[in-house]
Design a protein around this ligand. Structure first.
Ligand code: 26W
Length: 803
């Protein structure tokens, strides 16, 4: 074990030469990074094995978190922090003339996710290990992660994310744990000794090979496991017999068709693809994961009787919902159980989280496609639907309409949310208001049918990554002020309020923010060639580009402010730097247009002398976890302006709060709980409420033209989208114009414009009052403890997984 700096240097140099067979002075930065990661892996290996051995003890309940996305980011520094080696490493490497930060940048972001859902999964893994919960991740080892975004002439261009090109220092391939997953073919039904037996024939076999990554707990010797599955051809090697039989091409086709399964992450984050390869991906990691769980369990237990007492399976949105029929298949066909016994076990150990109410994001699969690809699973889903239908008809006295509304299969489609709900003992939303909307609206029938099944688990974030790692300046100041206990005990952060009125402390908080703004300003200079004023308000809007997240509303405020400054260049405003970042799903044209609009506006504003540097607009390309860690500590304003009811929770909002930014918010998702925590005077709220929005959707009554005609600022901005305000892109934004005025502005952008501008003026007012502003920042930091994902995970473990 590495105890001190000298030890570290000794072990590191030894590791380096052993690994690279050369002297460290000849080493590249990548060599040095790989040696460091290797050294950390050696340091945690013992705990990794010990932890797993502990879990294998009988009657040790374990949780398996199934997610088709894990947005991990980089692992080196969080692994160093959690292993308690970060400071020793930094000092030791420094003495060897090596900069830890530079090595960290050699690591590719593991971008195995789109946005909120994927990052939440990663934060949950970190929290389960750090809280000491026996929790494992199960996902797909995509060869290509979320595309790299390049901005070309203001437009988004997508490039492949070849994140494994330098290998992944944290993974271990486990070919001995490979299992076979079967697709296609047909099912022969036999009756043996009066028992129906289902035999799957002529199927396409795929080899699922696991790669394990350690999930290091914070200074607690716990190292959990993230198992990512890779698809390979069963007969990998070249098979001469097929060659001779001229079936060579077929063999090659099969090989590539198989490897395609874990080739790439689908880049949609709220629009079902409906593509068969996506369904293949879902069944692939679900079947591989469950088979390996059952195999491992059976090694330590003579029967599967106590399976649901010792195993909990969590389904992260509907993407892994096939866990339910797949476990039924294993228990029925492999373990020979009867339906009721298998169903009881399955229902008791499955739980499901819903992350969105957007209709286009709720997954449905065509029966024909589903049946062809998964013939045995389809039979089980069909039987589930038949039995559930009986139950509903029984409960509602033959109310066929109700049964049709709630059925799993309907109009030739399999409704995956219904499947997940019927097959799980718990269904939760991710913020209080979202869980209410699920219970009272979207899934009302199911809430009435299954009293007590629906519950809320408000999201959280890993403070170890998004504060301790991303904002060392602030973390050090907090520890210096209230001691280190906040790192383990979220409530201890509140002790900061003891010095909220202390000008010296306020100044220190402001100073740290200022230093982080300098770092971001340098990044913007280096990557965009734009010089920003660090004394300006850093107004930050970073997240996936989506109409409901309303980057457009932010743009319209900027256009209005620009118009006011052009009209009166001496307008007295606190200088502003508007910072945007975010990827659009490649097929989402409107989102791509919004990126073009932001970049076009940036060119106009940033090069207009009349503006006198009072405002700058910046779009940072290729937003990912590592970029978020640079931007968030430097933010003054956190833009959380989604149409009320549309953002299930948000987690970026929590990261900004914890780093002392003030939230500009609609009363949507977790913004509401952030306001309750920080205090109404420490957040700036505007816009329609959830009730008002739902009322408009139910009863109508909103006409975007009314806003156009009543507010000249809006008509001006609208016309600027299509007149020569943007000379080189006259017709470029016609779609945006039309979607707002002719498709009646689905997300109430024009409706909330006036109150948004009022809120933005309030920001200007408050920011001038430095100690009042600093107090707001301190309150947000101090009250952010409830958004530790450690709290969230503890609630899941207590209420859902009972572990
Ligand atoms: C089928 C395509 C698809 C892919 C991903 C549909 C939906 C998704 C995710 C559920 C979208 C997502 O990331 N939702 C976000 O989840 C976060 C974590 O709970 C929430 O904080 C965000 O509000 C929610 O938009």
């Amino acid at each position: 074990m590495i105890e001190n700096k000298e030890h570290f240097k000794e072990h590191y140099l030894a590791k380096f030469s052993r690994l690279h067979g050369k002297d460290i002075h000849e080493g590249t930065l990548l060599d040095k990074y790989v040696a460091l990661a290797g050294l950390v892996r050696d340091e945690i290996a013992g705990n990794w094995i010990a932890t797993n051995n502990t879990y294998d003890q009988p009657h040790h309940k374990q949780v398996y978190y199934f997610s088709i996305e894990f947005l991990l980011g980089r692992m080196l520094e969080t692994n160093l922090i959690n292993a308690g080696l970060r400071d020793i490493a930094e000092e030791a490497l420094h003495e060897l003339g090596i900069n830890l930060k530079e090595l960290e940048q050699q690591e590719a972001d593991a971008g195995l996710g789109n946005g909120g859902l994927g990052r939440l999964g990663a934060c949950f893994l970190d929290s389960m290990a750090s809280v000491g919960i026996p929790g494992h991740g199960c996902g797909i080892r995509y060869k290509y992660g979320l595309f790299k975004q390049k901005i070309v002439d203001g437009f988004q261009a997508e490039l492949p994310d070849d994140w494994l090109k330098n290998g992944n220092a944290w993974e271990i391939r486990k070919p001995d744990k490979a299992v076979e997953v079967r697709f296609g073919g047909q099912v022969k039904v036999d009756c043996i000794y009066g028992k129906l037996v289902f035999i799957h024939e002529d199927y396409e076999p795929v080899l699922a090979v696991p790669y394990d990554m350690p999930v290091v707990g914070y200074k607690n010797q716990v190292v959990n496991n993230l198992r990512l599955w890779s698809a390979e051809a069963v007969h990998k090697d070249f098979d001469f017999s097929t060659f001779n039989r001229g079936e060579y091409l077929k063999a090659v086709e099969y090989k590539y068709a198989v490897e395609a399964i874990s080739q790439i992450l689908y880049p949609d984050d709220s629009n079902r693809s409906g593509k068969i390869l996506r369904l293949k991906q879902q069944y692939f990691f679900v079947s591989a994961g469950l088979q390996s769980i059952v195999n491992r369990y059976k090694k330590k237990h003579e029967s599967l009787e106590g399976f649901s007492d010792n195993i909990a399976i969590h389904i992260n949105d509907t993407h892994p919902a096939l866990c339910i029929p797949e476990l039924m298949r294993i228990l029925l066909d492999q373990e020979g159980m009867d339906w009721d016994e298998a169903w009881t076990i399955t229902n008791r150990l499955m739980s499901y989280t819903n992350h969105t109410i957007l209709p286009e994001a709720l997954e449905v699969w065509p029966v024909e496609m589903f049946k062809a690809l998964l013939p045995r699973i389809f039979l089980i889903v069909e039987e589930m639907d038949r039995r559930f239908g009986q139950e509903v008809l029984g409960r509602y006295h033959g109310n066929w309409q109700k049964a049709r509304d709630m059925s799993i299969i309907s109009d030739g489609l399999i409704r995956m949310a219904h499947l997940a709900i019927v097959g799980s003992h718990s269904v939760n939303g991710v913020s209080q208001v979202h869980s209410e909307i699920l219970k009272d609206h979207l899934l009302r029938n199911f809430n009435l049918f299954y009293p007590g099944k629906f519950n809320n688990k408000t999201n959280g974030i890993s403070h170890r990554r998004f504060l301790l790692k991303a904002n060392p300046g602030l973390a050090k100041l907090i520890t210096k002020t209230i001691g280190p206990t906040w790192i383990q005990e979220s409530v201890d952060l509140e002790n900061l309020l003891n010095c909220v009125n202390d000008p010296a402390f306020q100044e220190k908080v402001e100073k740290v923010k200022g230093q982080n703004k300098e770092i971001l300003a340098r990044y913007i200079q280096d990557n965009c060639g734009i010089t920003v004023n660090t004394a300006s308000i850093f107004d930050v809007h970073i997240k996936r580009i989506h109409a409901y997240k309303r980057q457009l509303l932010n743009v319209f405020h900027i256009m209005d402010l620009y118009n006011r400054l052009c009209a009166d260049p001496n307008l007295d405003i606190v200088p502003r730097t508007f910072i945007f970042a975010g990827k659009a799903a490649p097929g989402y044209q409107m989102a791509k247009k919004i990126i073009k609009l932001i970049n076009t506006l940036a060119v106009k504003v940033n090069n207009d002398p009349r503006i006198q540097e009072k405002m700058k607009v910046v779009f940072l390309e290729n937003y990912n976890v590592s970029l978020a860690e640079i931007i968030i500590p430097a933010a003054d304003i956190s833009e959380q302006i989604s149409t009320a009811s549309k953002e299930a929770s948000g987690t970026g909002n929590m990261k900004f709060m914890m780093n002392g930014a003030v939230t500009l918010a609609t009363l949507d998702g977790a913004n509401i709980e952030i306001g309750e925590a920080a205090g109404d005077e420490n957040i700036i709220v505007f816009g329609l409420t959830v009730a008002e929005v739902l009322n408009f959707y139910q009863k109508g009554g909103y006409n975007a033209w009314d806003e156009y005609h009543h507010d000249p600022r809006i008509s001006t901005i609208m016309e600027q989208l299509v007149n020569d305000f943007f000379p080189d892109s006259k017709e470029e934004f016609r779609d945006i114009y039309n979607s707002l005025l002719y498709d009646n502005d689905e997300f109430f952008v024009l409706k909330d414009f006036a109150s948004y501008v009022v809120a933005q003026n309030r920001v200007d007012e408050l920011y001038r009052q430095r100690n009042a502003w600093n107090k707001m920042c301190i309150y947000n930091i101090a009250r952010s403890g409830r958004f530790y994902s450690d709290r969230t995970i503890t609630e899941y473990a207590r209420d859902i997984w009972r572990v």
